[in-house]
Every structure is written in structure tokens, then in C-alpha cells.
Design a protein around this ligand. Structure first.
Ligand code: SAM
Length: 289
């Protein structure tokens, strides 16, 4: 459904003097961030969430779920490259990869750059997000190595036993359908789903205001011998700085062979970024003590 009447109640959207804004409410920061909207391209309510795709004035097209921005045309490459390349390089020969949370499937496209990867299983709870992204974000190109499953990632992972070399947990923030992807049981199931030398990486939120970051690291430390957090800057995300946490059964990202890094066509990732992203400021180190 496109070009819908803005007077209908849309989560986070407000019209001021004929100008549409998306207000992303961040209660932990007691702040709202406003994105000026040029056009509402797509709006629908699925069984799981309200899905919209808008043309913003600053970041180009943006996927918005329940009023929270997920990925933008202008800076989405940073998120997609940072969540995928570090784990796929750290594992010396990843054959089987999985990804929970599909959306625009950007991280799965990055994973295809690793020739050893035979299959990437993408598990997305909401088929309507994928179809909206295919229409409005990235045109769909089929690829035999990507297999899509429409299922709750928290249920799907329970059925996987020692199957994956690398798992990318591209989850939304811990609200709505993604809440189940933040539980102790889910982290245990991810551990079970990995092979004996498998690696998982989690979108672990803002270190500045979200307590899901500390909780994620603490839960993973109980299960995995190697746990490292790395950061990046994503301009469209509240506060800019964002964390990912990698949990590994055998291979350390600090000793990865960076000759394996597939960065020739990357817009963000390179060997220096790979190494530097693990250097944490003191306030984050203190949170992890
Ligand atoms: N980086 C992504 C992209 O390229 O579009 C954004 C993905 S967004 C951060 C997270 C995705 O996870 C959404 O598409 C949402 O529908 C999905 N999701 C939320 N809860 C889920 C669950 N329990 N199982 C599987 N997918 C889930």
C-alpha cells in the first residue's frame, strides 16, 4: 500500500506544517530523533509489526519497523559490512552460514563474497518485510546460495544442532517480535547450533544508552570461551556509535588472517578498520569489566 493518507495514525510519524517527520523515541536517552520525510513510499501492517519505507531528506530510503529506523540507503553499507565480514574472516573456512533477521538481506549479500560459503540460510519472521525491501530498497537478485526461511528465529534455532560455521544475528532492538532473540535460552540455542569451531555475531546495541549491550556480553561470556565486542559509527542510528559482539568456540578475531578479508569492493571495511574496531574507549571497557 503506498501513498497512504498521512492523517492515519502511523507509529512515530507526525505532520507539522505540511511536513512529515519520523520521530524515533529513545526513552533511555529522554530524547526523540526527528528524520525529515520527503515521501511515504510504502506502509502496511503485518501480523508482527508496522512496516514502512520512506524517502528521507538526509539518508535516502529508509526501512522503518514500528517507528524505529532499521537500515538506510545512504549508510546501510556500514552496518551490513560490519556485521558480516569480521566473523566470516575470523573463521578460516566457513562453509555453512546462517542469518537471523532478514530485512533487506544486506549481510547475506556480503557473506556471498566468501567463496568457501556454500549456503547462507536467512531466517526472517516477517515475509512482508522482505517483499517490501525487494520492491523499495534493493532489487531482488536470486542466488542459489541464499535460502530464505520465514520463521521465528528463536524457534528455528532450536532445531539446528552443530550445523553452522558462522551465524549472523541481525536482530532488531529488543521489542516486539525480536524480544525472544535476547533471552538466555536463545544464546544457548545459538551455541548448540554452531559447529565445534563455530562463530556467532550479534547486533548488540548502543553502548551509550542501551542495557541490552551489557546483558548480551554477560550472557555470551557464560557460554563461549572467546567473546569480543567491536564498535562502529552508523550516522543514522541514535548516538552514532554501535556495538557488535562476536562469540566464538575456537577462533579469535584478534588473530584472524586478514588476507582472507574480502574488502576489494567494500565501502567501509578494510584491514585497518577490522583491527581498529576492537579498540574500545575506556567507558566501554569499564562496562565490560
Ligand atoms: N540489516 C537489516 C537489513 O539489511 O535490512 C535490517 C534487519 S532488521 C535489524 C531486523 C529484522 O529482524 C527485521 O526484518 C525483523 O522483521 C526481523 N525479526 C525480528 N524478530 C525476529 C525473529 N524473532 N525471528 C526472525 N526475524 C526477526
Amino acid at each position: 500500500m503506498s501513498n497512504r493518507d498521512f492523517s492515519e495514525s502511523l507509529i512515530g510519524y507526525e505532520k507539522e506544517d505540511d511536513q512529515l517527520w519520523l520521530w524515533d523515541d529513545i526513552p533511555e536517552l529522554k530524547m526523540e530523533i526527528g528524520y525529515k520525510i520527503k515521501k511515504l513510499l510504502h506502509l502496511e501492517k503485518s501480523a508482527f509489526q508496522e512496516i514502512s519505507i520512506v524517502e528521507t531528506a538526509s539518508y535516502g530510503r529508509m526501512l522503518v519497523l514500528d517507528g524505529t529506523p532499521q537500515i538506510t540507503e545512504k549508510d546501510g553499507f556500514i552496518y551490513n559490512e560490519m556485521i558480516s565480514h569480521i566473523a566470516l574472516t575470523t573463521h578460516p573456512k566457513p562453509l555453512t552460514a546462517g542469518m537471523i533477521g532478514g530485512g533487506d538481506c544486506g549481510p547475506a549479500r556480503e557473506a556471498l563474497k566468501y567463496g568457501s560459503v556454500e549456503t547462507i540460510d536467512v531466517v526472517e519472521i516477517d515475509p512482508l518485510v522482505v517483499s517490501a525491501c525487494r520492491t523499495w530498497m534493493t532489487p531482488y537478485e536470486s542466488n542459489d546460495r541464499i535460502r530464505l526461511f520465514y520463521e521465528d528465529g528463536a524457534r528455528w534455532i532450536k532445531k539446528q544442532q552443530r550445523q553452522y560455521d558462522v551465524l549472523l544475528v541481525d536482530r532488531s532492538d529488543p521489542y516486539g517480535p525480536a524480544t525472544a532473540l535476547y533471552t538466555a535460552g536463545f544464546y544457548r540455542d545459538v551455541h548448540q547450533a554452531l559447529k565445534d569451531d563455530g562463530i556467532a555475531v550479534f547486533q548488540s546495541g548502543s553502548p551509550f544508552y542501551s542495557d541490552s549491550f551489557k546483558k548480551t556480553v554477560n550472557q555470551l561470556r557464560k557460554l563461549f570461551p572467546i567473546v569480543h565486542t567491536y564498535t562502529t559509527t552508523i550516522p543514522s542510528f541514535p548516538g552514532g556509535i554501535w556495538t557488535f559482539t562476536i562469540a566464538s568456540k575456537r577462533w579469535s578475531p584478534l588473530q584472524a588472517d586478514l588476507n582472507r578479508l574480502q574488502w576489494e569492493n567494500a565501502k567501509y571495511m578494510n584491514p585497518d578498520i577490522f583491527r581498529a574496531s576492537f579498540q574500545l574507549p575506556n567507558y566501554i571497557r569499564d562496562m565490560l569489566k
